[in-house]
Design a protein around this ligand. Sequence first.
Ligand code: NAD
Length: 351
Amino acid sequence: MRTFVHRDQITKVVFGSGTRARIPEEADALGCRRVLVLSTPDQADRAAELRELLGVAAAGVFTGAAPHTPVEVTGQAVACARSVAADAVLSVGGGSTVGLGKAITARTRLPHLALPTTYAGSEMTPILGETEGHRKTTRRLAAVRPRTVVYDVELTHTLPAAVSAVSGINAMAHAVEALYAQDADPVAFLLAGESLDALARALPLVSRRPDDPEARADALYGAWLAGTCLGMVGMALHHKVCHVLGGTFGLPHAETHAAVLPHVVAHNAPVTGDAMARVARALPGNDPATALFDFAGRLGAPRALRDLGMPESGIDRAAGLVVQDGYWNPRPVERGAVTALLTRAWAGEAP
Ligand code: NAD
């Protein structure tokens, strides 16, 4: 008999093309009159566009969002929000900018509207990752969930093909680990399977034609579902490994997910039959791990951690850190097995 706990979402989601035009009315619906727009320096033009769109409801722009949500950047952004008397923040960008919005909410309780432009999925989760010095910590805080998420497919057209591929595989990793989560949830299972179908279909098309609106819509739809799964259930070994590699060696987030996923799937496959059958439905092949490895290869995604800057001497250290905290995984995580899978991922070998 099934036993589960299902948590419902508290975020309003608007999905479509050109939907950023609805941002002023969505801010108004939350009672917000002074919105601070957030972005990375790279997306300052996009932030300026949203400021203009908000008109009198714009309080200002902060374009200093940075990877891994450094606390000093959050401090500057909070000071900026206070100096302009902001009553809400609007994050326009990928996981880095959405992360800054969440960090501001955690400190100020200001409501957060998100306009995501990658497939990372952070906007749908209560997870807040922050870095102080070289230490990255992660917390789950229901209060940091954005109140409103507006997905505008048009904003993803500028995401370069190579970034789209790795960001899309990052989303697939959320879905795969949701399929075998410790707190298995039948709704999350359904969403994860649908997400994998959409991303497996869309990412090869996006790679070939980055401005194909239907493929972009399909990919963003899959990414939304994957982010929803990430927010709904706990993750396992894959996310732990990527967290350790990102934090310890400063490896790029989405690329690391792309290189590691097939190897963790190979490790977990023997004990996750239902999950593997669902992955195989989305990505037919000899076995899900090889299918994911081949899929990443066809998209031109990096498959070797050494190409991302990880030193070979770091394999043993990373394996030690992965097993240190007793992270939950469907299959026991022994140091030798982690070293072996990291060695293959480092070299870019098949799983
Ligand atoms: P990112 O936000 O750092 O974006 C990567 C780069 O792409 C940035 O320079 C950005 O300006 C640019 N960019 C973004 N969208 C673009 C677009 N449409 N067109 C052109 N350029 C664009 O990368 P990411 O992979 O989206 O996010 C990674 C971060 O998100 C990591 O810090 C990760 O830990 C975090 N994350 C958090 C969660 C969570 O639930 N807390 C989930 C997933 C990721």
